[in-house]
Design a protein around this ligand. Structure first.
Ligand SMILES: CC(C)(COP(=O)(O)OP(=O)(O)OC[C@H]1O[C@@H](n2cnc3c(N)ncnc32)[C@H](O)[C@@H]1OP(=O)(O)O)[C@@H](O)C(=O)NCCC(=O)NCCS
Length: 286
């Protein structure tokens, strides 16, 4: 698994719009291709992708369909998502960076439609982005409802106040718990059954701060208001109770430094990924 994508920050609105268009062209081709091979899933390919006007609408539609139920229907979640994306440009930027992170770092992922339609880790982060927007805009009950619904449907329990960067990859996502004062910076990868929790001894700011490029292995428990330094690796099953310096591999219970880590080596740059997507889209159409 590649551990982190080497993102150059995308700053201009034009660059974000170009990225969205590149992703959208590729997704539509993938959906048409998938539809020709698997007619039984036509309603998903058509409703969530081919009938949508843009990448962001497709993400919103698919996740709203998963979250909707008879009490809070999908169209209502969809409307709320639309308002959030229109009101906060970082949410759409998160959609785009996160889907590229999955394609880049998940060796099991070959197409963009896989996270968009099926991967609950991608869906759980985007649900959190909406819940966080609602939380910070005074809609705490709707935010908590989404946390609860995401926990039911996507098996991830992320407090709406938690602050997530972009380019986050949640692999499987089952059993992820992130507390209210936890912070996850850009380009972090987290496997299943990870807890970013409090120790139980503190109130207030009590949850971990995970810096850029960290990889947290399956089942790791990180407890307390401690910083996990940039590009560190937390081994599967570790229990981390103390701050971790950057570029450190931690393992065991309690976790100890077992080596150094370098997150730059296995990554591809955003430009490389985009060139590849654009090239593949072009070769599909000729
Ligand atoms: C930590 C990890 C990233 C390997 O990093 P690495 O830098 O290549 O580390 P190494 O394999 O060289 O191991 C270094 C030491 O840590 C130990 N170690 C590695 N992973 C460990 C773990 N999960 N628990 C306890 N000790 C571990 C090794 O035994 C080794 O100890 P030694 O020096 O006494 O022999 C990897 O072991 C890991 O845990 N990855 C998580 C992957 C995951 O969650 N997969 C689930 C997929 S569904």
């Amino acid at each position: 698994m590649s551990l982190v994508t080497n993102f150059e920050p995308i700053q201009s609105a034009k660059a974000e719009a170009d990225l969205s268009a590149t992703l959208w062209a590729r997704l539509r081709q993938e959906a048409e291709d998938a539809l020709s091979r698997e007619r039984a899933l036509a309603p998903i390919f058509v409703n969530s992708i081919l009938n949508r006007p843009a990448f962001e609408d497709a993400v919103i539609h698919r996740i709203s369909a998963r979250l909707g139920n008879e009490i809070v229907p999908a169209y209502l979640v969809n409307d709320m998502f639309g308002q959030a994306v229109a009101g906060d440009a970082t949410i759409g930027a998160g959609f785009r960076a996160d889907i590229i992170a999955v394609l880049d770092r998940d060796p099991a992922c070959e197409r963009l439609i896989e996270p968009l339609l099926f991967f609950k880790g991608f869906h759980a982060i985007q649900t959190h982005r909406l819940a966080h927007w609602l939380w910070t805009n005074g809609r705490k009950d709707f935010a908590l409802y989404l946390q609860s619904r995401s926990s039911d449907v996507l098996q991830s329990d992320i407090h709406p106040a938690a602050v997530f960067g972009k380019g986050i990859f949640l692999d499987h996502a089952t059993g992820l718990v992130a507390g209210a004062t936890s912070v996850i910076d850009d380009d972090v990868s987290i496997l299943q059954n990870v807890t970013l929790g409090g120790t139980g001894n503190k109130t207030g700011d009590r949850h971990p701060k995970v810096r850029r490029g960290v990889m947290i292995g399956a089942g790791a428990k990180i407890l307390g208001n401690i910083e996990i330094g940039a590009c560190s690796l937390i081994a599967a099953g570790s229990v981390v109770l103390h701050p971790v310096p950057p570029h450190t591999t931690m393992a065991g219970v309690p976790a100890r430094a077992v080596g150094t880590a370098d997150c730059a080596e296995p990554s591809r740059s955003m430009n490389q990924i985009l060139s590849q997507l654009a090239y593949e889209s072009f070769t599909y159409t000729i």
